[in-house]
Design a protein around this ligand. Structure first.
Ligand SMILES: Cc1cc2nc3c(=O)[nH]c(=O)nc-3n(C[C@H](O)[C@H](O)[C@H](O)COP(=O)(O)O)c2cc1C
Length: 480
């Protein structure tokens, strides 16, 4: 055998498709989405403790990442100096996501991280204005030739596989054609976000699982389904409805990082039975927040100030909506980005105070089973857990609000007959006309606001009324 032939046989073979999914990634089904400023190293560590099997980094801009004069951007987006990002024992499996519109820039960026992750993903889903200006994400959806080149250059030149995450088109046919093109270009896993690019902000609405199913049936590489996941029961439903190989969650997992906890032991009933089962899946949110801060403190790698604040606002949301002084206190915390660890105590103090108040409320409800404290949000019909537990946050869509308002309009009096039209739907039940649910999720909400929440999102967070506590609980609690 010639030396050259030996060299070739010693070169590790790059696996693709299902072989890659099984042998390298370990057949993950529960996946944390790429999230700007939110799927950072500290969050990934926390998420893995609670059942996440594969995690994507936040989107990194390839153009800025390759710019040698901008070392700050590179180190703050994927810190290779401290060696913790992509560490084989603590931060894998990991997929690093880029947005790009220049194949060469994308390749250089991907080459820089190829030894620190299992695959490189291309963001084709970001619908935001910043993506419009930078010409990336879902704004490339009409330029198939360029997309093909972006994926193919990585497929041909990287030592690890390339994957792609995209939004669906208005029709199933176009969506399927597009997914096939991504596969032809070399994508070894595709993530299908079941919303079209116009579904963002107030128009987020529901993800279309039928389109995801059509994609899954049309390609032969693994498919991850993304959209509409709030509770564990949604995961099972999504896998069944779409036939996808895994479910990816963004917002649902941000509000409840234990979304995937205990999922390998499915509950026999869709309703949670015991307190233990509930607490595995919905730990006390102040405890989760403190655990997250502990991770931030222990890392050598710096976590961004906006990222930390964004996480705390989301994890503790059910408590912050009631304890408004703590919400204001959290909002006012200012930390020097160069001294995050030194400043962290201010966050710890807020979380400890939250913990004390939430424990007070939990103790006041002692003797009542947690399952009896679960209520139903009237507009969406979604379950609401007791307010000291981590849980998803959902915004009713404009249609849901309209349907609810119409169903609960003040009694109409017919002036001619004086007959009254009364809505038969009980106030505590979701109106049958209301769509099942709406979850937000733009494919790369940029950093920039103090707490990592965009201004419009923040406005929504702050103005949405909180679900009322159940009667049983309300009776036993101090006023909010
Ligand atoms: C805070 C935040 C940041 C996001 N950043 C990214 C990103 O960097 N790259 C990306 O492809 N999608 C990003 N997205 C979109 C999500 O990955 C996901 O596609 C979308 O939220 C729908 O999933 P969901 O219904 O589980 O939230 C982001 C979403 C959120 C909420």
């Amino acid at each position: 055998m010639s030396g050259n032939a030996q060299e070739i046989s010693l070169t590790p073979k790059k696996l693709g498709g299902y072989q890659f999914y099984r042998d390298v990634l370990g057949s993950p089904r529960y996946i944390v989405a790429p999230m700007v400023d939110q799927s950072e190293l500290a969050w990934r560590r926390l998420s893995r403790r609670y059942g996440a099997q594969l995690i994507y980094t936040p989107m990194i801009n390839a153009k800025m990442f390759v710019d040698a004069s901008n070392k700050t951007y590179r180190n703050s987006n994927f810190d290779m100096i401290n060696g913790e990002e992509g560490d084989p024992t603590t931060d894998r499996p990991l997929i690093v996501q880029f947005c790009a519109n220049d194949p060469e820039q994308l390749l250089s960026s991907a080459k820089a991280v190829e030894n620190h992750c299992e695959a490189v993903d291309l963001n084709l889903g970001c619908p935001q204005d910043i993506a419009k200006r930078g010409r990336y994400g879902s704004l490339l959806q009409d330029d198939w030739e360029l997309i093909y080149k972006l994926i193919n250059i990585l497929h041909v030149n990287l030592s690890i596989p390339v994957t792609a995450k995209f939004r669906v088109f208005p029709t199933v046919e176009k969506t399927v054609e597009y997914a096939r093109m991504l596969e032809r270009a070399g994508a070894q896993i595709i993530t299908c976000h079941g919303r079209i690019r116009e579904q963002r902000g107030q128009n987020t609405g529901l993800a279309d699982w039928d389109k995801i199913r059509a994609v899954k049936e049309a390609v032969s590489v693994p498919v991850f389904a993304n959209g509409n996941i709030l509770y564990q029961s949604d995961i099972d439903a999504c896998l069944k409805a779409t036939g996808a190989d895994g479910v990816m969650s963004a917002e649902g997992q941000l509000y409840n990082p234990a979304l995937f906890a205990g999922i390998e032991h499915p509950l026999t009933s869709p309703d949670y039975e015991s307190d233990t089962q509930i607490l595995i899946r919905h730990p006390k949110h102040a405890d989760l927040a403190l655990e997250y801060l502990d991770i931030v403190k222990d890392l050598k790698t710096t976590t961004s100030v906006s990222g930390i604040k964004g996480h705390l606002f989301k994890i503790m949301r059910p408590g912050l909506g009631r304890e408004t002084d703590l919400r204001e206190k959290l909002g006012r915390v200012k930390i020097n980005p160069r001294g995050v660890k030194e400043g962290l105590q201010a966050y710890v103090d807020v979380c400890l105070e939250m913990k004390e108040r939430m424990d007070r409320d939990a103790n006041a409800a002692e003797g009542t089973l947690l399952k009896d404290l679960i209520t139903t949000e009237p507009i969406t019909g979604i379950k609401v857990m007791p307010h000291w537990l981590a849980q998803p946050y959902f915004r009713p869509s404009p249609e849901q609000k309209k349907a609810y308002a119409a169903a609960h309009a003040p009694v109409a009096v017919d002036p001619s007959s004086q007959a009254m039209a009364v809505d038969p739907t009980p106030a505590s039940q979701p109106h049958p006309a209301a769509p099942k649910r709406s979850l937000a999720g733009d494919d790369a909400s940029g950093p920039g606001s103090a707490d990592g929440i965009s201004a419009s999102k923040k406005a929504r967070l702050e103005t949405t009324a909180l679900p009322a506590p159940s009667e049983a609980l309300a009776a036993s609690l101090p006023p909010p």
